[in-house]
Design a protein around this ligand. Structure first.
Ligand SMILES: [Zn+2]
Length: 356
């Protein structure tokens, strides 16, 4: 089915009320996750994690009309007490800690009196450095070299066309997502070497969307009502190739740094957050670090039997009809979540699955 036909089918099913049928099976709140929101997107591939302001406003207008946005603390109280969980409830979350969360998101959500949560990667906030994906995407798409050899992952990529550059990006990003943290750091260094300081300054200025907040910014957004949670210290993906010491450091250091600079840090979101990105060690470390809830990117609803340290979230996709469809059919995702929990438990990926 082409995109246009699919969109038309989704529009018809929404207006006809057919999508409302899915709501009959809905059992609990939906936690949505975004990254950044920007007025202008210059390059979709470099700024892949940012949604346009126009798309965001339309989505939030839909949520305001059809759901009730509640705070993270309220969600926790409902889970802990086993009372008050309602399929109409939506929780808004933003990962990484981009400056546009303060500049664009906070004023908008404040105007609508909607609570929200931001999961920040504490080293990026402390040092002002950008995220691995940005350095990789910008270097591969904008280097003038016609090929690149990355010693850290022992691979060479031809970069003679935009298609080849996109293919190289996909391979490098996939490799980085499975690599131990020290290899991720080496890939970033190698990518940064691809462009001169002046070229980086130009790209950094063009892609200001990628800039993380400072601690002063995080305090301001917290004063504007945002709940601040952890997203590890180095945005470290907690897969089974990371050693236990590194995983514990990532969680404990981010939690204490947020608490020193802002306020109590009670929630976290696993970077990347798929089943493979929550190792048994990561799961146990999130639990022992004292978080109330640890969120994945595994889709599903927050039901009464949710595992608080493997909580589901729904990615807010850019296309409006797809977004509405996803939000209306969250109950169908519960099966995906249950399978993911079983898969994690069965493969030893998660230590033990405990309700609440
Ligand atoms: Zn992230």
């Amino acid at each position: 089915m082409t995109m246009a036909i699919r969109r038309l089918a989704l529009t018809v099913s929404r207006y006809s009320g057919a999508q409302r049928l899915f709501r009959l099976w809905s059992r609990g709140p939906t936690v949505l996750f975004y990254h950044g929101i920007e007025e202008n997107i210059l390059d979709r591939e470099v700024q892949a994690l940012h949604l346009s302001l126009r798309a965001f406003e339309r989505q939030i207008a839909f949520v305001r009309c059809n759901r009730e946005v509640v705070s993270m603390d309220y969600l926790y109280e409902c889970i802990a007490s086993g009372r008050g969980l309602d399929p109409r409830q939506v929780i808004l979350t933003f990962d990484d800690g981009y400056k546009n969360n303060l500049r664009v998101v906070a004023p908008l959500l404040n105007a609508w009196k909607l609570p929200f949560t931001i999961f920040v990667s504490s080293r990026h906030i402390s040092e002002g450095c950008r995220f691995p994906n940005y350095y990789i995407r910008a270097a591969i798409l904008y280097t003038q070299s016609e090929s690149i050899h990355l010693r850290s992952i022992r691979q060479t990529f031809p970069l003679t066309t935009r298609t080849k550059r996109s293919a190289a990006l996909a391979t490098i990003i996939a490799a980085v997502k499975k690599a131990p943290q020290h290899v991720v750091d080496e890939v970033i260094l190698e990518c940064r070497e691809q462009l001169s300081r002046a070229q980086w300054e130009d790209l950094d200025a063009d892609f200001f969307s990628e800039e993380p907040m400072s601690w002063q910014d995080v305090r301001r957004v917290s004063e504007m009502g945002a709940t601040i949670g952890s997203h590890c210290h180095d945005h470290c993906i907690l897969h089974s190739n990371q050693n236990e010491e590194e995983v514990c450091r990532q969680l404990n250091q981010s939690k204490s740094t947020i608490e020193k600079n802002v306020a109590a840090c009670r929630y976290m979101a696993y970077p990347n957050g798929t089943v493979a990105d929550v190792s048994s060690v990561g799961y146990a470390a999130a639990k022992s670090a004292g978080f109330r809830i640890a969120f994945t990117s595994v889709p599903g609803e927050i039901t009464r039997d949710v595992d608080r340290f493997f909580a589901p979230r729904i990615f807010a996709t850019a296309d409006f009809e797809e977004f509405c469809y996803l939000l209306n059919r969250t109950s169908l995702q519960n099966q995906v979540y249950t399978m993911a929990r079983l898969q994690g438990g069965a493969s030893g990926n998660q230590a033990t699955i405990e309700p609440n």
